[in-house]
Design a binder for this molecule. Sequence first.
Ligand SMILES: [Zn+2]
Length: 273
Amino acid sequence: MPELPEVQTTVSGLLRLTGCKIKKTLVYNRSLRWPIIKNIETCLENQTIINISRRAKYIIVQLDVFHLVIHLGMTGKFTFSEKNIPLKKHDHVEFFFEGTDEILRYNDPRRFGSIHLLKKQDSLDDFFLFKKLGPEPLSEEFNHEYLYNKAKSHKQSVKAFVMNSSVVVGVGNIYASEALFMSKILPSKAANQLSKKKMITLVDCIKKVLELAIEKGGSSINDYFNTNGQSGYFQIELSVYGRENLPCNICKTLIKKITIGQRSSFFCSVCQR
Ligand SMILES: [Zn+2]
């Protein structure tokens, strides 16, 4: 599943479309997680791409009078293609641009992704999918004071807490596990039991883990945009995630796996307290 760093990498890969005018849009399958609206083809005609950015795991394409809001779901992916290359299975949408033969294709085998078209005059913050989102993890708004205050009312485990998108967006399972290991905090510890000092470390580590992953992603944009769809997901060097029964890099204790909030959690019972 694309996580925040992969979405950021996708945004970086798409940025070269800034300034391009959409000539034509073809939709072959509207049944994504939410159906693509019927008149999207006419709405997008002659719209210029002004900017492309990210909010949580959503890609926001700013156009003349619209915003396109795209979520990659579980398996969504963009590829650039030449016009004589035939469509691949699960290519659901094609975007054509003025002055170039390059075509942008949206492919999504499981169709959990979504493409929404919003009027630009409507505030993005009011968009139903954005309403409950917490701050961006790499923003200044996400700091230890914010997290400490937020945790006061949360008895749930710290791992579920940081993965809750109303607390902070974009901290997926891999990055939550890794940041907790780096912070030396047990994933099952109650969020409201963490000291201020621990919160400082945790916030710092979440930012570090994500920054590192984005940095690695930045160097693998071409990979991410290649056509086989498998090799695209880059990975940071993982200390605990997926390493059950392998020795901890620090103390050699075997890494344990537990389930928290229906998600696998990996940790070192000696290093993390
Ligand atoms: Zn250890």
